[in-house]
Design a protein around this ligand. Sequence first.
Ligand SMILES: NC(=O)c1ccc[n+]([C@@H]2O[C@H](COP(=O)([O-])OP(=O)(O)OC[C@H]3O[C@@H](n4cnc5c(N)ncnc54)[C@H](OP(=O)(O)O)[C@@H]3O)[C@@H](O)[C@H]2O)c1
Length: 810
Amino acid sequence: MVFVCSPQRNGPLGTEHCAPLLALARRLSGKPRQLRIVTFGAQSVLPGESTQPAQSAVWGMGRVIMTERPELACRLIDLPASSRFREETLIDLLSATQGEEETALREETIYARRLQRTGVENSEQRDKTMEGDDMAVAADTAPKPLFLPDRSYLVTGGLGGFGLETAVWMVEKGARTIVLGSRRGVPDSDAERRIARLRDYGARVECVRLDVTRPDSIREALDSIEADLPPLAGVFHSAAVLDDAPIIEATGDSLERTMAAKAQGAWRLHEATADLELDHFVLYASIASVIGNPGQAVYAAANAYLDGLTALRRAEGLPATCISWGPIADVGMVARDAVTERQLRALGATAVPPKPALRLLGELLREARGCLCVADIDWDRWMRAFPETPWNRLAELGSADGEDGQGPLATLRLTLAGKSKMDAMAVIIPQLKDVISSVLRVPVERLDATMALKDYGLDSLMAIELRNTIERTFGISLATVELLAAGSLEGLAKQILDRVEPQPDTEKPPIIAPADHRTPAEFCQWLLERIEVQPPYFVFTEIERRGEWLEADVTVTPPPPREAALVSVAEAARHLAILGSCAASLQCPLTERVYYPVRSARMIEHRYHPDSGSTKRLRARAHCTHFDLAASQARVEAELLDAHGEIVYRFGVEYHIIPEPQFRILFQDNAEKTFEESGRDPYATVRELPPVDSFRDGVAIEMVVDPEWCLGHFVGYPAYPVAIMLRDVMALIAEGIRRRHGWRDVRVTGIHGGVVTERFVFAHERAVLRAYPISRPEDAEKHTESWRCDVLSGHELAASFQVHVAAHGV
Ligand SMILES: NC(=O)c1ccc[n+]([C@@H]2O[C@H](COP(=O)([O-])OP(=O)(O)OC[C@H]3O[C@@H](n4cnc5c(N)ncnc54)[C@H](OP(=O)(O)O)[C@@H]3O)[C@@H](O)[C@H]2O)c1
């Protein structure tokens, strides 16, 4: 199937091609296809080549289709907007099922995209060298300051987290007049404090009401700068609206809203400043569009538009720099959203603090660069997380041993070649000591190779850092549970050595081709034993295999009306998570039992179900999309279908993979005999909510969950399972909504959101649930509320939920 973006339909809105593409991707989802997207002038390939930003936007969306909907086998092909290309070559590109995923055709040449690391010259370093070496040269060629005290600089979205941080940095770098524009135009108390400090520092900071989607609003802001302030010398476009949703959920509205602030806003600023002599025109984009972050199709489109506009401006000789930022720490939209932040971290994208990020921006502006990414990403991990997506464009970024055999593992293999086991250990142990010393912050000389790492303070967070450092140093990927279970430094060195030695082909076929004669009931029994889930925590009696899916009937008994949507989501989640771990276990080559605790989940409610007061038979199905024993990570897609085969809920679940012996070593201190084995079903009765603390400062609402509520399904290790947490979280949020609006009752009609877990809550521990609204003002109009709920055990975060709820007062 070929989707062609007509070269005649490019407008400033940027949605011209993305809206029909989104509708198409939604319709095709789930149906294997060979989708080819053809654009005209989306990419600047040849020197000085201009672009059509509305076409560039399509590339951002296309990249998300690649990661989120791999079954569509999406490929992007760019043709020149006005020059020639060889049609036969295009036909070859359209029909190819293998090869490059992002290509551009110019004349007869096919160009394929490659992201590359780039260096920047550090001007602070350079200035120091110059001073030391030759003062005269330094004086003659002293770089022009980035910001001039007698000029003004406009930051759109300047009262947002990263926008305001940018303003602070600009003042530190010499700017003295800053205009912060946003629709509200009024800083909150935190922003007010920061702005006051800038003013104390001698800067003039003006907060103005500015809606970048409206030309009249931009005109008004520019006129007031012209009338009252020094001439405008720079625009930093940081305004953004997020309305993320998976492709099957994303709507034309969310596309328009997201495109409006970023893309349309950028275009309007470009037009309105055409006559001004600017030094800087900086567009803040996101790495989401470069790597196709799932769930961000519309956001990616808006950000890719900015790449296009940058190329267009540069082709016209105008200043333009577009930075695709990775997640930023401490401030802004990712820092506010703990779930997304942790999900990104789990995928390999670590948030960068604003100061070093902006320092890099300064260097890039000095060098007048065009489109760049500034991000801290473990590319190998990112690519591994999406094994069905082609990643040719990232081929030069992965650190693993490439074909050239230059990586750390290849070097280690060479060093150890021909050495005895003892000699090899003598090489590995000192290197490993350096690694452990830096992660655990223990001097090397105090490290004893035989002492348990736990005794040096190794906890699960440090284990993740240690795992990443080992991967970088030795090129070897160990699961964090393996690290924790390795015991001593020596034990860890042995594990590394085992991996270094060329492995005979140990890849065992998935064991689990079940014997044909197994009935669905036997198959079900056998699967549930493999994942160590025991009655009464499931209601499946039969499970069948259909192609790549595992399927089962599930009976859902809906709870009373007020909680219907809430609990039916939790019920669905519980069954889908269990069926999902069965699907994961089919990929597992281990013969022992394996535990699959939920690491994170994304829940999407498609349709409210079931009718209250009735008992429904629904169909659940799940299939495993990723299984990586070394990384202790499995991912599953699971769906609940109604009698007509329509999707009621869809969940994406990510699990830890913990073999039973390791689970016992790791958590033996938490094992306890409880009524776990009494056969009582904690799901069967609808519990009364315990007294809920009243609103704290009108914001947060709290609930304490007593230990006896904590019933998990890992026999002997009862925890507070995520599905029961979800049920309590939903009930707490409903109560919070009721109190927030002073409603007598609240009817919840729709839910979607996500959870990230940090640690288990065991049965002897008390959990505190704290929920607070994080809704944006515009949500109120749609009767939707966004809430966050943290589950704390002791002072530690155990899980963090973020849910978007459609609710009405009764
Ligand atoms: N933070 C990160 O981790 C991160 C990562 C990658 C990229 N980025 C990019 O960096 C930029 C700044 O992000 P942030 O984290 O600071 O976001 P933020 O805290 O959400 O701030 C965005 C600001 O944009 C303003 N805005 C929205 N629509 C507007 C409009 N039509 N006209 C004028 N202002 C508007 C909002 O204020 P009003 O509601 O008052 O208008 C808000 O203050 C964004 O472009 C974002 O995409 C951020």
